[in-house]
Design a binder for this molecule. Structure first.
Ligand SMILES: Nc1ncnc2c1ncn2[C@@H]1O[C@H](COP(=O)(O)OP(=O)(O)O)[C@@H](O)[C@H]1O
Ligand SMILES: [Mg+2]
Length: 279
């Protein structure tokens, strides 16, 4: 890894973001330190996890607030030092091997080192036997593995992963998690989103719990899983339906958020307080 870091610490200050006519990130403050490790963003569907990750990568700009990388805030300096894998990976119309090779080439990795890293990336992702196949012909799970292996092959300082193993079977998930572990062991900072609490427990050094665009808790993973301070985070850990539970925690309509009534209207269903459908 290069020292000093050109990407970390990554700091978000008073960040607000809207999409359509909705505030999707609200007054968010947090700092990802330069310490290697895995920061996991959890929260229910629609909480704003993917949006937060895109902000962290500089793919989208906040409406208000400030995001700085290594205290500078100049996106030009980050360059090749951070990489992001989207939930639906974008692969080049080339072979599996050429996808990794191209990423290394544009990052100025040449010669034997490039060949070696391509071979290692494909082996690690369990894709060696598909090396000459068209990348876009791979199964969805194989494409996710390839996208991660390609991103990690360039050895970024910061790796951002949006739901890296959503919809994958346990074997494929294991391969993905092994790559993530190796990345952090070699000094890369990984920030990933997941709605899978088991995965968060396996990988996280620290947890960010996001709910309706607000960062409700940011703590060490051990502390979080021993018992989060925030009541919504506690409910999430218990596996409760947060869109309903929050009505009993906040006054309806706080922050202009919906209260679940719209969902009831839409589905025509009635639910009892514990989230079960009324008969
Ligand atoms: N292009 C968009 N236009 C309007 N709303 C959007 C758009 N993209 C995302 N959203 C909304 O932003 C909120 C957060 O989305 P997202 O970050 O994808 O949630 P998560 O990843 O936690 O499931 C959701 O309510 C989603 O519907
Ligand atoms: Mg998402």
């Amino acid at each position: 890894m290069n020292t000093p870091s050109t990407t970390l610490p990554l700091e978000l200050k008073d960040v607000w973001l809207s999409a359509g006519n909705k505030q999707v990130i609200k007054d968010l403050n947090c700092c990802f330190s330069a310490r290697p490790g895995c920061s996991v963003i959890i929260g229910p569907n629609g909480a704003g996890k993917s949006m937060l990750l895109k902000l962290c990568h500089g793919l989208i700009q906040p409406d208000r607030g400030r995001i700085t990388w290594a205290g500078d805030g100049d996106p030009g300096l980050r360059g090749q030092h951070q990489a992001m894998v989207l939930q639906r990976p974008v692969l080049l119309r080339r072979s599996v091997r050429a996808n990794v090779d191209f990423a290394l080439k544009v990052n100025n990795v040449a010669g034997d080192e490039r060949h070696r890293r391509v071979d290692a990336a494909l082996e690690q992702a369990g894709l060696t036997r598909y090396a000459q196949q068209q990348a876009r012909e791979l199964s969805f799970g194989e494409q996710q593995r390839l996208a991660l292996a390609r991103a990690w092959a360039v050895r970024p300082e910061l790796l951002l992963l949006d739901e890296p193993s959503a919809n994958l079977d346990p074997a494929a998930t294991h391969l993905i998690e092994e790559i993530i572990r190796e990345a952090t062991a070699q000094g890369t900072k990984v920030i990933l989103t997941t709605h899978d609490l088991h995965q968060a427990r396996r990988l996280a050094d620290e947890i960010l719990f996001l709910h309706r665009g607000r960062l409700k808790e940011f703590s060490g993973a051990d502390k979080f899983f021993a018992g989060p301070e925030n009541d919504l985070a506690q409910a999430f850990l218990r596996g409760e339906l947060l869109w309903w539970r929050r009505r009993s925690i906040y006054a309806p309509g706080e922050d202009g958020e919906d209260t679940g009534k719209d969902i009831l209207k839409e589905t025509g269903k009635r639910r009892s307080k514990d989230g079960r459908k009324d008969r």
